[in-house]
Design a protein around this ligand. Structure first.
Ligand code: FMN
Ligand code: EPS
Length: 386
């Protein structure tokens, strides 16, 4: 996947390569994922302006993929309000430059690296608006995976220091019904209410808020990724994809960081046989030796509090070098629920790519046949969507 586009420019583009021909695409499902990314308590004024839709302009005919690159455009409605400042071509107007970099954003380093006198030359592309294009790409990857029996879900685990209670049973796909109707995409009602309250309190205090979310993938075959080379390990690819999301600072799989303090006898998933191989626990989060085990993939990501604050942090004017307050921009205060939807997209893209690597095939039927043959060879029948 390649994306292009600035936050307040004409729009975003996503180009997706490598999918087989003959994949039936559901347009509504694509737009639904874009809409889900716009939700969540704590978003700012921009989401009232945008109603994201992906216009497919290449690679699809009558709802089916052709096997070539797929191009999608997500227009920025806000461009109408920014046309002078963001026109790709010179305008006949005096456009003021931004000289006050915001700590925690790409603003300062970007101006140094790209020799920019205007911070806007950096912040426009650095903005997480770009994640709308990723979600468009991820939505297509997700439809490919669905054809192979894979379902991806996410939920919010913590907002600030408000955490969902420790889980007693493993989650299944059905547990996620209605999660998008929750204001913070949390699976626990009481915790959700506490999270909303926390966001409101912090917002009133001019604070921004971070948190953690979890992405799960159900119905995977064992053996995506490989132990044979560092770059083929699926955990490395997934961690890289998740950390590449704006403001994500940490990723863990399964019991993750807690494993560092767990004795070995309680940290691993013992193997049993009930007609096929089974594990009764999933401390590993569905990955062993850089390969999927076939148990649910469980990845968790931590998001830092958003760096643009309504009470700006201290900074320095890049032109005069005088101390000043950072640029005051319209901003979200909490986007952990939205980041979870972006996380689903990134996980879908990595897993789709792993299926393409392992099974090849020019047409979706070839892929399905190859997956079925493999499942038969290793005796992998059960466990889908568990
Ligand atoms: C969906 C989403 C929306 C975001 N909205 C904002 C925002 O309104 N204000 C802000 O300061 N940061 C926002 N961010 C985060 C910044 O883009 C991010 O902190 C910035 O790119 C710097 O973080 P980094 O060092 O991890 O790249 C958002 C992130 C995501 C994923
Ligand atoms: C536009 C989106 O997120 C934006 C990400 C963002 C940032 O600094 O990353 C800053 C805000 O943009 P604006 O200054 O236009 O209000 C967010 O709204 C989006 O998610 O679609």
């Amino acid at each position: 996947m390649t994306t292009a586009g600035e936050s307040h420019g004409p729009g975003l583009t996503c180009i997706l390569e490598g999918l087989p021909a003959g994949l039936q695409l559901d347009r509504e499902a694509l737009d639904r994922d874009l809409a889900r990314r716009q939700l969540g308590h704590g978003r700012g004024g921009r989401m009232k302006i945008e109603t994201d839709r992906a216009d497919v302009t290449a690679g699809v005919r009558h709802g089916r993929t052709l096997g070539g690159p797929i191009a999608m455009q997500v227009p920025n409605r806000d461009y109408a309000n920014w046309e002078e400042r963001m026109n790709p071509w010179p305008v006949d107007a005096d456009v003021p430059e931004v000289h006050l970099p915001r700590p925690g954003h790409a603003d300062l380093v970007g101006t140094q690296k790209y020799n920019a006198s205007d911070v806007r030359d950096i912040l426009e592309r650095a903005s997480a608006r770009e994640t709308a294009a990723r979600v468009a790409g991820g939505a297509v990857a997700r439809q490919f995976l669905r054809e192979l029996g894979v379902e991806i879900r996410s939920h919010v685990v913590s907002i600030g220091d408000v955490f969902v209670p420790a889980r007693t049973a493993q989650l299944t796909v059905d547990d996620f019904d209605g999660v998008d109707d929750d204001p913070v995409r949390c699976l626990d009602r009481d915790t959700s209410r506490a999270m909303v309250q926390f966001i409101n309190q912090q917002r009133k205090a001019n604070e921004s808020i971070g948190g953690t979310f979890e992405v799960l993938a159900f119905g995977l075959v064992p053996g995506l990724g490989s132990h044979v080379a560092w770059e083929e390990r699926i955990d490395g690819q997934l961690a890289g994809a998740l950390v590449s999301i704006h403001a994500i600072k940490g990723v863990e799989f399964g019991d993750g960081f807690a494993l560092g303090a767990t004795p070995g006898s309680g940290a691993h998933d013992e193997i049993f046989w009930d007609g096929s191989f089974v594990r009764e626990t999933n401390h590993a989060g569905g990955i062993e030796g850089g390969m999927t085990t076939g148990d649910p993939l469980i990845a968790r990501a931590a998001m830092k509090p958003l760096p643009t604050l309504t009470k700006p942090l201290r900074s320095v004017d890049i032109d005069t070098h005088e101390p000043a307050e950072a640029l005051r921009e319209r901003t979200d205060s909490c986007t952990v629920p939205a980041a979870g939807v972006v996380g689903e997209a990134m996980v879908a893209l990595v897993l789709a790519s792993a299926y393409r690597t392992k099974f090849g095939g020019d047409h979706i039927d070839d892929v399905r046949d190859a997956v079925d043959r493999y499942r038969e060879r290793i005796g992998w029948h059960a466990h889908s969507s568990s």
